[in-house]
Design a protein around this ligand. Sequence first.
Ligand code: MN
Length: 243
Amino acid sequence: MDNRREFIKKSSLLALAGVSMGSIVSSCQANTSSENTAGNNAAGNYELPKLPYSFDALAPHIDATTMEIHHGKHHAGYTKKFNAAINETTGSVADNFKDLFANVSNMSAGIRNNGGGYYNHDMFWKIMKPGGSEPSGEILEAINSTFESVDNFKTLFKAAAKGRFGSGWAWLVTNNGKLSIGSTPNQDNPLMDVSEIKGHPVMGIDVWEHAYYLNYQNKRGDYIDAWWNILNWEEIAKRYKEA
Ligand code: MN
């Protein structure tokens, strides 16, 4: 759970035993990624999370080539640059995303942009799945009581996603169970102290052109409409519940 503490403990024990720390780092990377455990560490050793399905699994809603480039080039790029930005930082870097983003205004642009890119895409892959599903249980009740209906929620969410000027993300967030919709520019997210909308990200859609342009060109709205068909509502419900 607390990898950093565990790491420090192991490191000091092994240092006493005369073992080099370099070999220990890789064994401490339990690469889990909710914001509480996402940090393998603060040492700049984040790994590109594995896509939980094949590149073509979300077709025709998101095509295989888009997925391959998006994961293999864009997300891989954020991962690499995030590690580099951490390594270039002389001060301390929080080893979990919640604390890191809560203080991101004091961090470098490299950490803000690439840490955001790392976290946002990790969430994005997980809240989608081949074939999709429908909301149920607590998240459905919360959506209905906040937005009156799922259809109304989708209309408002789409408006936020379509209305985001340039590159960015639209979000459904929760603050103590209370849902709201908003959007952020670039790779910012609602965990960041710089964000206009704040809270725990329950779900988010990537509206950078790299997420849809090959298949949808300038028709961002069509991409958003198709996206509802591939949502993993079990994962979204889990994120709502754990917030
Ligand atoms: Mn993206």
